[in-house]
Design a protein around this ligand. Structure first.
Ligand code: ZN
Length: 134
């Protein structure tokens, strides 16, 4: 069994942006079979698994905006004015742990892995890939 680590650097261009990183992850997988942890090192972003369908991606943005309303004032806004970005991140997850088979992510037909920017645009967002397997 081995453990391998790699990183993906992402520049984002919008405040809310869903970026499909499935093929980047597959390029960097360095084990044949095992588990990969995909972890975003930021508290205003997320890693999620879902379907890459343009209407659905807009529905996700619409739903997040409605769940974390801009009608209220939030205490963290006194610090750096991005409370809603943190709260959206809190509802999602900073990581996913997924199976690897034959050197690739073993996803379902309609599944992709997304980096979700919640406080962009930002430079040098870092996603850590930790692979455990053989
Ligand atoms: Zn903040």
């Amino acid at each position: 069994m081995t453990v391998k680590t790699n990183y993906i650097k992402i520049n984002t261009s919008r405040n809310f942006e869903i970026i499909d990183i499935t093929s980047k992850i597959n390029e960097l997988i360095d084990i044949n079979e095992g588990i990969i942890s995909i972890f975003s090192k930021h508290s205003t972003s997320a890693i999620v698994v879902n379907e890459n369908e343009s209407g659905l991606l807009k529905d996700i943005e619409f739903s997040m905006d409605n769940l974390i309303s801009d009608k209220f004032s939030y205490q963290h806004d006194r610090i750096d004015n991005n409370a809603r970005s943190h709260l959206k991140s809190f509802l999602l997850s900073s990581s996913e742990c997924l199976p690897v088979k034959n050197g690739k992510l073993d996803l379902g037909t309609w599944q992709s892995v997304f980096f979700v920017e919640l406080d962009g645009p930002r430079h040098n967002r870092t996603v850590t890939l930790t692979m455990v397997g053989e």
